[in-house]
Structures are given as C-alpha cells and as structure tokens.
Design a protein. Structure first.
Length: 234
C-alpha cells in the first residue's frame, strides 16, 4: 500500500551495479513471501505513527498552546480602571477548545479517507503479495508489480500489526504482519535492521518547524507590545 502523499506511486525502482551486489551479499536464506487481503484497519492502525503526521500533530498542538497564551498576555496588558486585568469573552477562551475539536475531526476523517482510498486503489480486497529476497523488496497488488532494491529504501517502522516501509521521501507501503508466520516476522525485522537505511523523510522534521513557529510568535508579540505601548502613550 504505497502512498505518495495522498496518491499511490505506480513507478518501480531499477537497481543494478555495486549497490545491488551489496544487498545480495547481505541477504541470506530463502525468500520470504506473504500474501494477504488488505483492510482499512491495516492503514488506520499505522497512520498516527507516520513521522510526517507526528510532526503535524506537534505543530498543531503548539499553535493551540500559543494562542491562549497570547490572549492572556493581551488581557494582562489591557488592565481596567481598578488595575485588574480585563476579563476575556468566553468565546475567546473557548476558541482553542473549539479549534482542537475541529482539528481532531478533520484528522480522523482524513485518516479514514486515506485508508479507504488506498484499499480501493490497490484492489486490496483481492489480495496482494509481498516478497523479500536477495534482489530487494517487491509489492504485487492485482495487475501491478513494484520492486525496490534494499539500498533504495528510505526507512522502516514497526507497529503491533504491521511493518511500514518507506520507498521514498513520502512514499510508504504498509505490510501487515499477519501475512507472515512469527518466525518470518522475526527474520524480516532483522533484515530491515541490517539492510534498510535511515534516510530523512520529507515533511517529517519537527525541531525546525517548532523553532520557526515560536520565532514567528515572538516577533508578533514584540510588535504587538510595541504598538500597544505606542498607542497607549498617546
């Protein structure tokens, strides 16, 4: 179940030369082959752990924290005649909660839409085949074949129900564990550790966006305070 953003990737990877030879040398034993019917639960169960989604969650959370802090500062600066901070309207105080509910609804809906579209586009109910061997990893939904050398993969993740393989900066394939016996799952886990690189993913950075968001808010607060003091002095 390969996803490129919200779309599936139809292109296969070519592999040859020294990198393919290196992959072949590291792979030992018989190929590991599994076949399974895909369900929407296979996708929804891994959605929250995808690095790009986790980064988005953290950025949204930061905005939800910063907005009420901004209004509290505004209330503290805008004191009344008795010197007490001005009370904020309940609509302002409730806005972060309302935003959180709306974001949660949008997130839940987008997760379900992605899962349903992936199963439909891949014809997952008809069954798909996963194959891991010396040449790399192949994913074969009905009527298609996607093949990747070990050295061209980007990253792998694991949940209780599936392995998640990134074949590009944003392209992801979900491999349900139920397609393989327990011994095969253990062998796959070791192969992933040895053969799959840990390359950067597009949109998965968390530190820089958070620092950028905090920086933007600091600038806005400073500008606001400067304008407030200027207008208040007149």
């Amino acid at each position: 179940m390969e996803k490129k953003g919200p779309h599936l990737d139809d292109e296969s990877e070519d592999f040859e030369g020294d990198e393919a030879d290196s992959d072949t040398a590291d792979f030992e034993g018989d190929p590991i082959v599994g076949r399974v019917e895909l369900t929407t639960e296979d996708f929804t169960s891994v959605w929250a752990i995808l690095p790009q989604n986790r980064g988005a969650f953290m950025r949204f959370g930061l905005w939800l924290v910063v907005i009420p802090i901004f209004w509290l500062i505004f209330s503290w600066l805008n004191t009344g005649a008795n010197g007490e901070p001005t009370s904020l309207p309940w609509t302002v105080m409730a806005s972060p909660v309302a935003a959180m509910v709306l974001i949660a609804f949008a997130v839940f809906r987008s997760r379900n839409v992605w899962a349903k579209n992936a199963v439909a586009d891949l014809r997952g109910a008809e069954g798909v085949e996963f194959r891991f061997d010396a040449t790399g990893f192949s994913f074969n939904p009905p009527g298609r074949q996607l093949q990747h050398a070990w050295s061209t993969l980007y990253r792998w993740l694991e949940t209780a129900r599936a392995f998640v393989i990134y074949t590009g900066p944003i392209n992801v394939i979900v491999v349900p564990k139920r397609a393989f016996a327990a011994a095969e799952q253990a062998r796959l886990r070791e192969l992933f550790r040895q053969l799959v690189p840990n390359r950067p993913l597009r949109g998965a950075e968390v530190g820089r966006p958070i620092v950028r968001t905090v920086g933007v808010w600091l600038v806005l607060v400073i500008v606001f305070l400067a304008l407030w003091q200027f207008l208040d002095s007149k």
